[in-house]
Design a protein around this ligand. Sequence first.
Ligand code: SDX
Length: 429
Amino acid sequence: MSNFAELKYGDKSYQIPVITGTENESALDISKLRDQTGLITLDVGYKNTGATSSKITFLDGEEGILRYRGYPIEQLAEHSTFLEVAYLLIWGSLPTKEQLENFANRIKKHTLIHEDNRKFFDGFPTTAHPMGMLASVVTSMSSFYPESLDPHRPEEDVELTIIRLLAKVPTLIAWIYKKETGHPYNYPRNDLNYCENFLHMMFSMPTESYHLDPVIVDALDKLLILHADHEQNCSTSTVRIVGSSHANLYASIGAGICALWGPLHGGANQEVLEMLQRIHEDGGNVDKYVLKAKDKNDPFRLMGFGHRVYKNFDPRATIIKKTCDLVLNKLGINDPLLEIAKKLETVALEDPYFIERKLYPNVDFYSGIIYRAIGIPVEMFTVMFALGRLPGWIAQWKELRENKEPIGRPRQVYTGAVKRDYVNITNRK
Ligand code: SDX
């Protein structure tokens, strides 16, 4: 296969380099296109445009493949832990036993939040959306670590910021939940592992400690692994472009949280549960809602269905669906919304509209059922997605820095008014 493509434009022909990745994906390298031809490309929504080359995550949308640093998601979900996967994504290889222990212990030392930073929660109304609170407080962390603002800080300082974020975000999320419930905050416990500590901070009360059911701890760990990275999705691209201006990591992650909030992206897991609840309350008539989803005049979409990259099944949805059954059976929960979700999937996947458009359940379709079984309220689902995606965002920001990538600044095609002279109708001077 040639490593050049020929572009004929006007009476000239140009050689455009073609680069090929380790999984044989090929791309036109158009970095010199405008200098050579005066042309730019236009690709609204970047559906066909690569923003970077990356060694972190590989997706194959046709084959339903997802690998973190080459390791298949199925193996990591089955055998690894969220902290081990976080280490793998950020530093590029699986840690030794000692490295993982050291990593976990370093995180334990940084789970507390500055008491002045805790006061930020007093300013939010109890009705504030958890994603707005999380984005605000994560970005505000840069005020408590002003040295993090220096883009040329030594690597060990950047590493400390990475540890602080991985350590403190679970505490922040638990305190967001306590802010909403009006219950007292729980402080971290160093005798617990990452997921145990999070569940303790979320659900323990002064009157009794939360009972840590291994089934729930394992289900949460698996969900976080499945959300940990997903190459250049909307929120990761946001983290990268903010990081490309040499903004600090707290600000870049805060921006990523805001992008994930959107209902077409991470906000979909909340929308899915609300959709299933609506169908349940409307008598469980899934055919009616499949019809609505197909109706171009109806804004209703089947939330949790469809994906920009996966044009076959989303491997994460397959794993989460199995985990749903396992967790609900082990907990003896019979959730009517799970039955509705399964019925919806069956009806949609037999419908030509969904088949032609290659719309399958994505990561958000079943995840909310598990969060609900764990006792996490629906308005907290998207911050759970943010917790899972945090190591991926960090890894991608770190890679951009290490590659010394330039500031992101796309071009445009201008379609507005051509030059026209100002007419002074107000006799302004
Ligand atoms: C995530 O990018 C990532 O990797 C994201 C993510 C990650 O891990 O970071 O995987 C997480 O964001 C998953 C997606 C969560 N969002 C939803 O579940 C919201 C519902 N799905 C969509 O709105 C949609 O499918 C997107 C946003 C996910 C993808 O949209 P695209 O690729 O821009 O496709 P499109 O909107 O152009 O849709 C193509 C066609 C259209 O019909 P036509 O105009 O061609 O007739 O499919 C239709 C759409 O109307 N369509 C749907 C649909 N999704 C697409 N119709 C009904 N229900 C849906 N859910």
